[in-house]
Design a protein around this ligand. Structure first.
Ligand SMILES: C[S@@+](CC[C@H](N)C(=O)[O-])C[C@H]1O[C@@H](n2cnc3c(N)ncnc32)[C@H](O)[C@@H]1O
Length: 232
């Protein structure tokens, strides 16, 4: 399947006036695993919604975000700290984590290096977990969901966004242009909505709300909120 750069939506600098087949050949991005990709991208990754996809995503995330004032919230895979900053401005006590130290050094607030599948926090230590545009980089969703549930208090909430599976199925990639003007894509795994719901249920969450913001008549991001069910 030909890789579509979601250029107009996701990465303005991959945009080009040349739309001939040669354009796609020349610009076909080299796919890198997440940590290697974000090491190259970090320098140019602003801590704000810097394209249309992120603006649509952020609006939907804020729409589903509970009142976070005084709550202890984990910004998981927080990168350069976009949600760390937003949550802090809303009165939350935020801890950010990410496996890319190159991204983290550009973040404000309290942050630490961590894999989503192995969070360095005690059981039931957060009221909420936010995870923006990151879970598609992880192959096994169940492992991440179990870890999110472990660190959440009883009744705690989870707010997650990612590229919509519809876009992944049609070949869209998360692309960026490095400082030396090369186009790369970040390794991304398809998680259908059915797989997402199943992973949530297996980990002990109940789905509360879903948003699928669209552009040009197609869903571009999937945003959902779930609640940790009771039990150990
Ligand atoms: C597209 S960025 C999003 C950053 C931030 N959440 C935001 O919305 O602005 C994805 C982030 O996920 C992080 N990431 C990807 N896989 C990860 C993993 N397995 N463990 C921890 N962080 C991960 C990357 O390093 C990167 O900073």
């Amino acid at each position: 399947m030909r890789a579509l750069c979601l250029s107009a939506l996701y990465e303005p600098s991959c945009r080009g006036a040349d739309v001939s087949p040669l354009f796609w050949l020349r610009r076909r991005p080299h796919v890198l695993p997440s940590r290697a990709a974000y090491a190259l991208w970090a320098e140019r990754y602003p801590a704000e919604a810097h394209n249309l996809l992120m603006q649509l995503e952020q609006d939907a995330m804020l729409d589903l975000m509970p009142d976070v004032c005084s709550l202890r919230v984990l910004d998981a895979a927080g990168g350069t700290g976009r949600y760390n900053r937003i949550l802090t401005s809303l009165g939350a006590r935020v801890v950010g984590c990410d496996h890319s130290l190159d991204m983290l050094v550009r973040s404000d607030g309290v942050v630490c290096g961590a894999e989503l599948t192995q969070l360095p926090f005690a059981d039931q230590s957060f009221d909420g977990v936010v995870c923006g545009l990151a879970i598609g980089h992880v192959r096994l969703l169940e492992d991440v969901m179990r870890e999110f549930r472990r660190v959440l208090k009883l009744g705690g909430w989870l707010l997650v966004s990612d590229l919509h599976p519809f876009q992944t199925l049609r070949g869209a990639q998360r692309t960026f242009t490095s400082a030396d003007d090369r186009c790369y894509a970040v390794e991304h795994y398809l998680h259908t909505f059915e797989e997402t719901v199943s992973a949530l249920q297996c980990a002990g969450f109940s789905l509360q709300a879903v948003r699928e913001p669209q552009h040009g008549g197609w869903p571009v991001v999937l945003v959902w909120r779930a609640q940790r069910s009771s039990g150990p």
